[in-house]
Design a protein around this ligand. Structure first.
Ligand code: NAG
Ligand code: NAG
Ligand code: NAG
Ligand code: NAG
Ligand code: NAG
Length: 364
């Protein structure tokens, strides 16, 4: 108990320190060269600039290993990684186990996003990533600006709206994006793997790992990623994963997570004083994310795990209850933990088959 109180005090300190860079990695941002092309897949790179000036790198696997860039129509799919990660998340296991390769081989045009602050997205039209102002954002800006820019680039390049698949923080970003009409107009479906909206019931080991990750300890980063029981992770691959992880985020982003843990809600960022909140929201406390604005017909798939210590069962239930007016399909995998969904050696049989069936069910 004393430990937990210490952690909560520590989390509050993080909230107060919001506004700088967290974790500096030095990995090569080009996963095309370091991973994708090595397996024989085509890989293209592009950049897109957000409305607030951030220059984001994207990678694209336009088709599978055994097909050419012919005229057949390929629906674009945007994959978005979790906290302290980059696009590598979806290509770090073998091609037959990794979501990006599997979807490319099934005939999709696979786009990989990298949120601002991650290795491939450290540019800005006027700020340097050494500036404090560069790191003045949270997952709310990922959802309002980064996601929009990625979807616009895909639309401009292919002429199609995208399927969106988010993992962990990628789902939180998607849930913020769904409040934005400009974003939803560019989506044809949404898949949320381990959706994170409420953190009321996350387990203490996870909270402690989150607090420690602020101290930039690599082992605690791994513990964070592994929240809950992850029976299907191949631990001999950890040294390989650590070539691509962890990647930077902002302390303001972690502050927003600690706000969620503290309040139990899924609210917009709390500027800290009634006067400042008034300035941004016309009320003294931050409003909750409004699920009622979500488009009712947009197909949503939530895949959740019974052993997930982060997108835990009661918090996911609360999200499902909040989405009653949406077109939701829910698949529950009782045996899966948080990391199993992307790095588990079982993910291609336990999770990605559901994803593929869902995508196939979407009317053109
Ligand atoms: C961060 O942005 C907020 C507005 O969103 C602004 O009030 C604040 O001064 C900014 N802080 C820094 C360090 O740029
Ligand atoms: C997409 O095209 C529109 C219209 O030509 C243009 O205004 C916009 O800047 C483009 N956006 C991206 C991200 O390519
Ligand atoms: C686990 O990882 C090691 C090292 O990459 C690899 O040799 C082995 O085949 C992997 N096992 C499974 C079940 O994927
Ligand atoms: C601010 O809130 C008050 C009271 O709820 C409302 O009357 C007013 O129209 C709001 N102002 C803006 C700019 O939304
Ligand atoms: C709901 O989503 C499913 C795909 O999961 C789709 O087939 C169906 O048309 C959608 N329903 C509505 C009312 O749009």
């Amino acid at each position: 108990m004393a430990m937990l109180q210490l952690v909560i005090a520590f989390l509050l300190a993080i909230e107060l320190a919001a506004g700088s860079r967290l974790l500096k990695s030095t990995s090569n941002p080009s996963i095309c060269e370091t991973i994708v092309q090595g397996y024989g897949y085509p890989c293209l790179q592009d950049t897109v600039t957000t409305e607030d000036g951030f220059v984001l790198g994207m990678q694209r696997i336009p088709h599978g290993i055994n097909s050419n860039m012919d005229n057949s129509e390929r629906d674009p799919v945007l994959l978005l990684h979790g906290l302290l990660q980059g696009a590598a998340t979806f290509v770090m296991n073998t091609p037959s186990q990794s979501l990006a390769f599997i979807l490319a081989d099934q005939g999709y045009d696979v786009w990989l996003g990298n949120t601002r602050g991650s290795d491939a997205s450290l540019g800005h039209i006027s700020l340097s990533n050494q500036d404090k102002e560069f790191w003045n954002w949270s997952f709310e800006e990922h959802g309002k600006y980064d996601l929009l820019a990625m979807l616009q680039l895909i639309y401009n390049t292919t002429g199609s709206r995208s399927h969106f698949i988010g993992y962990s923080q990628g789902t939180t970003i998607g849930l913020v994006g769904l409040t934005q009409p400009k974003v939803t107009s560019l989506l044809s479906s949404v898949v949320l793997l381990n959706p994170v909206a409420f953190l009321k019931n996350i387990t203490p080991p996870f909270t402690i790992a989150l607090a420690h990750s602020y101290l930039e300890k690599l082992n605690d980063f791994l513990r964070l990623m592994m929240a809950g029981n992850n029976a299907y992770i191949n631990r001999t691959r950890f040294p390989y994963y650590l070539q691509f992880l962890p990647q930077s985020t902002s302390t303001k982003n972690l502050a927003l997570y600690t706000q969620m843990i503290r309040t139990g809600g899924f609210d917009w960022y709390d500027y800290g004083s009634p006067a400042d909140n008034m300035k941004y929201y016309n009320q003294t406390t931050p409003p909750a994310i409004d699920f009622s604005t979500y488009p009712p017909n947009l197909p949503l798939l939530l895949v959740t795990g019974g052993e997930d210590g982060l997108a835990d069962v009661p918090d996911v239930q609360r999200l499902l209850d909040s989405l009653v007016n949406c077109n939701v399909t829910h698949v529950f995998r009782s045996e899966c933990g948080h990391a199993d969904f992307v790095w588990g050696t079982n993910a291609h049989t336990d999770v990605y088959i559901d994803v593929a069936n869902f995508l196939k069910s979407i009317p053109k």
